[in-house]
Design a protein around this ligand. Structure first.
Ligand code: NAP
Length: 316
């Protein structure tokens, strides 16, 4: 396992991070404990949760699962929700949210605290000042954002610098071989600011794990078999990308899981890739799937995913 600094900060995290949004939703507490134990055994240090996952149950389960090993972990959690008009970036909400997360996690500090979604109804000055207070009180070690556009990242950084307070050290974004939109504007902004970029949905809910095939039933118990919200990623267009990547992976003696995780990890802004898991076997497979890719492979994987290798005639 490799350990990387988050952006220009001194915070080190494991290349494979564990996403905990399945805790209290798709898996119960004993299963969550097994997943966390497998992650710690594989050298994972970054554990990602949020106040909204399972209405707080994810944080509770993660805290209890880490137990006495809490200091080995970098706990990342998030405040706020995508619901409009809830003022979740306000001083009033976020200080209360932080206290509640600390209680649920059973810890007295959060290593990395994220603004989960932009809050257009609260000035970012207010959010940053309240977060800076939490840092000064020792309740939070580092602050970060999630789902912000490039201009919002730049704006927040300028505001924090002008105030002389804590700056966001990272941003969490949906980024995968099936979701490349952030490469146009948000990633260049993050790179310019020296922010770490921590991708979520790296497997597009499992579509890039290799276990789903076009025209076949979803495997029993899998996330896509569980309901239409996630199953909507199983489009013909996405399957076409999966098939191209599988062919390319197999020709080089690799798996699509390796390509999906290692291609993200190879991006210079990315200190850690957040993968969710429902079993210890998935945790182990994901931790082992981070392989070294050559610069030529990194470029070609990006082209194969985009279908550009067909247009320019380069081999898949
Ligand atoms: P993901 O990593 O794309 O998909 C994870 C799912 O794929 C697992 O729950 C599992 O589902 C399946 N899977 C994982 N490894 C596998 C393997 N080796 N073989 C076969 N199937 C495998 O998406 P995610 O877990 O939802 O996202 C990662 C994390 O990002 C979340 O846990 C959360 O912490 C974070 N996140 C953040 C935001 C945000 O707004 N900031 C949004 C979403 C997620 P099944 O076993 O159920 O099929």
């Amino acid at each position: 396992m490799r350990y990387n600094n988050v952006g220009t900060s001194g915070l080190k995290v494991s290349e494979a991070g564990l996403g905990c949004n399945n805790f209290g939703t798709r898996i119960d507490e004993p299963a969550a404990h097994r997943v966390v134990e497998a992650a710690l055994d594989a050298g994972v240090t970054l554990f990602d949760t949020a106040e909204i996952y399972g209405d707080g149950r994810s944080e509770e389960m993660l805290g209890r699962a880490l137990g006495r090993r809490r200091d080995e972990a970098v706990i990342a959690t998030k405040f706020g929700s995508p619901a409009p008009g809830t003022g979740t970036g306000s001083r009033r909400h976020l200080i209360r949210a932080c206290e509640a997360s600390l209680r649920r996690l059973g810890t007295d500090y959060i290593d990395l605290y994220y603004l989960h979604f932009p809050d257009p109804e609260t000035p970012v000055e207010e959010t940053l000042a309240a977060l800076d207070d939490l840092v000064r009180q020792g309740k939070v070690r580092y602050i970060a954002s999630s789902n912000l556009a490039g201009w919002q990242l730049v704006d927040a950084d300028h505001v924090a610098r002008a105030a002389g307070g804590s700056r966001f050290v990272a941003t969490q974004l949906e980024w995968s071989l099936l979701e490349r939109g952030v490469e146009r504007e948000t990633i260049p902004a993050a790179r310019h600011l020296g922010l770490g970029v921590i991708p979520y949905f790296p497997l597009k809910s499992g579509l890039l794990s290799g276990k789903y095939r076009r025209g076949e039933a979803f495997p029993e118990g899998s996330r896509l078999a569980g309901g239409s919200y996630f199953a909507r990623v199983a489009t013909d267009e996405n399957f076409a990308v999966v098939e191209r990547l599988t062919e390319y992976a197999e020709a080089g003696g690799r798996t699509i899981l390796q390509l999906a995780l290692s291609w993200l990890a190879a991006q210079p802004e990315v200190p850690s890739v957040l993968v969710g898991a429902t079993s210890p076997d998935q945790v182990a497979a994901n931790a082992e799937a981070f392989v070294e890719l050559t610069p030529a492979e990194i470029a070609e994987i990006g082209r194969v995913a985009a279908g550009a290798h067909e247009a320019d005639g380069s081999a898949a």
